[in-house]
Write a protein that binds this ligand. Structure first.
Ligand SMILES: CCCCCCC/C=C/C(=O)SCCNC(=O)CCNC(=O)[C@H](O)C(C)(C)COP(=O)(O)OP(=O)(O)OC[C@H]1O[C@@H](n2cnc3c(N)ncnc32)[C@H](O)[C@@H]1OP(=O)(O)O
Length: 289
């Protein structure tokens, strides 16, 4: 119910957003931060994250992304979505640090609700989600990929993926942790989460964070062929199976959603946590100079 109500609000906002055009038979919805190439005849859409410079998951990005996803979910002709980055090199830098630094509690609460919504919508999507990870994908970026049914990563040792929150002096919340544990197993997760490890493609493959590693120029063609394989499975049996595997974990967040928001707000508002974020942001700046 809560998801449906949130969806209606998003759709109302969505009707005021976006530009449409038809390119090579595929409809393109181009919001500012998300580009969707929607091939209705094939039943497949490619969603490209487009939030320069590093595809951080800002509140504006999350709103636009959720609107685009909702449009696809509401059109029964669409059965599959390929998630990728419009900027090869960075899939997503994760949650936007500026949404969690120096803001007020009401802003933190609004932001966290949107982050929860992103995870719930992707994790519980009835559509087939294939992630074409064409760049680095730390923390929230990794979480987005973990919600997908199949993950393909570009074979470039410069790219890394994982949940590095610990390195920032923050803590991955229980539902990030649960999604990670269900993907890589308890011991690997315990080790990687405490150290905030980021893994290059070959290691990510060994641990099961990604399902395949392919040469960089083949990520998209591979995503299309994997999608074709998944599309051959009857929707009803695939969807019921997905729901059976995922519902309990999603319900666990849904029933504690408000408490999780309060927990985030009080954690992120602490002086010590704000100081850690400040230090991390400074480090990012220094890396440039
Ligand atoms: C109880 C609950 C507790 C709280 C739970 C919170 C869970 C948090 C989850 C997260 O996702 S936290 C975010 C984690 N992300 C990172 O650690 C990635 C940081 N970024 C990088 O490592 C690099 O930027 C990059 C992604 C490897 C790309 O490197 P590149 O050299 O291409 O770009 P940069 O010069 O480093 O960055 C350009 C520009 O973008 C800013 N920026 C980078 N990442 C973020 C971000 N996540 N949010 C906001 N802004 C970001 C960076 O500072 C630069 O800004 P300017 O200096 O140009 O102003």
């Amino acid at each position: 119910m809560a998801l449906a109500a949130a969806g209606r609000v998003l759709l109302q906002a969505g009707s005021r957003l976006g530009r449409r055009e038809v390119v090579d038979g595929a409809r393109r919805f181009a919001n500012k931060r998300v580009e969707v190439e929607a091939d209705e005849a094939a039943g497949i859409a490619v969603m490209k994250l487009k939030n320069p410079p590093v595809n951080s998951l800002s509140l504006e990005f999350l709103t636009e992304f959720l609107i685009s996803l909702e449009k696809l979910e509401n059109n029964k002709n669409f059965r599959g979505v390929i998630l990728t980055s419009e900027r090869p090199g960075v899939f997503s830098a994760g949650l936007d640090l500026m949404e969690m630094y120096g803001r007020n509690p009401a802003h933190y609460a609004e932001y966290w609700r949107a982050v929860q919504e992103l995870w719930l919508r992707l994790y519980l999507s009835n559509m087939i989600l294939v992630c074409a990870i064409n760049g680095t994908s730390p923390a929230g970026g990794c979480l987005m990929a973990l919600t997908c049914d199949h993950r393909i990563m570009a074979d470039n040792p410069k790219y890394t993926i994982g949940l590095n929150e610990s390195q920032l002096g923050i803590v991955a919340p229980f539902w990030f942790k649960d999604n990670f544990v269900n993907t890589v197993g308890y011991r690997t997760a315990e080790h990687a989460l405490q150290l905030g490890l980021l893994f290059p493609p070959a290691e990510a493959l060994k641990l099961g964070i990604v399902d395949e590693v392919v040469p960089e120029d083949q990520v998209h063609s591979k995503a299309q062929s994997v999608m074709a394989q998944w599309m051959a499975i009857p929707d009803h049996s695939r969807q019921l199976t997905k729901n059976m595997m995922r519902k309990a974990m999603a319900d666990n967040l849904i029933k504690q959603r408000e408490a999780d928001i309060q927990n985030f707000v009080s954690f992120i508002s602490r002086d010590s946590i704000q100081k850690s974020l400040h230090t991390y942001l400074e480090k990012l700046k220094q890396k440039k100079g």
